[in-house]
Design a protein around this ligand. Structure first.
Ligand code: PMV
Length: 328
């Protein structure tokens, strides 16, 4: 058996969303995006290539993977094998170290960890940018999870140009994110992959969304450069609402929100009216993530916990880059 590599990668939450692909096969985004890595949401993945295996053996969160989940991992490992010039099958074990029963799943941390562990186990020495390009093939947002802190994803005009890179900002020392989990046991209605495609094909607001993203990216980057948290927060909340507006306008509609999602948005607005730092963002699910400061994080978490329908809140620090924790 080859050397095994265990890698940890953090999930990330986009402040300027990735929503729409230019090329589905290569997973090329239709526009850029910008995110914050979260230390509280970590995936740990171990990969070892083993000559004795006739097929990839994949374990996800303690159970054997099958069907579409297994297919996605095998397809991704095929990219690694092609690159390394090997055909050996792999043993993969991956677990989300997310807050208990959070209802969050992350393709971002998962594919970033798989990219780094898979590449190393296959004997590849890839630079961070190459790892980002590789992770993107698993999931668009995974390209950002190779790096820590604030991360900018480039749309690029060809395959090798669509990678992510870190954006330095002293704001990183001030920020926290509060994750409010909306319960209710409603299964995820639309995976981001299909939802993006459906939105691009049917939403009358999709083109307006695409026109907006470059402007929002410029505003977000200016806010990071000038350490203007309020400008960054306002922009992030507006950008998330624009993404959801485009999704909601799809035909038939894609609505990720639950009643508690709207109650959380109202609570965040009230926190702001009371002088707290709090700006909301939402992804392909009902949960609300709130950008805040170290000073206000506890207060914000308490206020959001009190909202009906919220089953858990977690305060997260910014996360670091994907890294190897063990080789064996
Ligand atoms: O990378 P994917 O396919 O999981 O898409 C991520 C989509 C959003 O979470 C809604 C936005 C984003 O930029 O992370």
């Amino acid at each position: 058996m080859g050397t095994s590599f265990t890698v940890r990668a953090c999930a990330n939450i986009a402040l300027v969303k990735y929503w729409g692909k230019r090329d589905a096969a290569l997973n090329l985004p239709a526009a850029g995006s910008l995110s914050l890595a979260l230390a509280a949401l970590v995936t740990e993945t171990t990969v070892a290539f083993d000559q004795r295996l006739g097929a990839d053996l994949v374990e996800l969160d303690g159970g054997p993977a099958a069907g579409a989940a297994l297919g996605r991992v095998t397809k991704f490992l095929d990219l690694v094998r092609d690159r390394a010039g090997i055909t050996t099958r792999a043993r993969v074990s991956s677990a989300n170290r997310f807050p208990t029963a959070s209802g969050l799943a992350s393709s971002a941390s998962g594919f970033a960890a798989l990219a780094v562990a898979g590449a190393r186990a296959a004997g590849l020495e890839l630079a961070p940018r190459e790892l980002s390009l590789l992770a993107r093939r698993g999931s668009g947002s995974a390209a950002r999870s190779i790096f820590g802190g604030f991360v900018r994803m480039h749309a690029g005009d060809h395959d090798e140009a669509a990678y992510a890179e870190p954006v330095t900002s002293s704001l990183l020392d001030r920020v926290r994110m509060v994750i409010a989990i909306v319960g209710g046991g409603v299964p995820k209605t639309h995976g981001s992959r299909d939802a993006m495609e459906h939105c691009a094909a049917t939403s009358p607001l999709y083109q307006a969304w695409l026109d907006l993203v470059p402007k929002d990216l410029a505003t977000a980057e200016a806010a990071l450069a000038t350490r203007d948290l309020a400008a960054l927060g306002e922009l992030a909340e507006a950008n998330a609402l624009a993404m959801h507006a485009a999704a909601i306008a799809s035909r038939p509609s894609i609505i990720y929100w639950r009643p508690a999602t709207l109650a959380l948005l109202a609570a965040v607005r009230m926190l702001r009216d009371n002088g707290r730092a709090a700006w909301a963002t939402m992804d392909a699910g009902p949960h609300v993530k709130v950008l805040t400061t170290i000073e206000d994080a506890d207060h914000v978490a308490r206020a959001l916990s009190a909202v009906e329908g919220v089953t858990a809140t977690t305060i997260s620090e910014p996360g670091g880059p994907a890294y190897v924790v063990e080789r064996g």
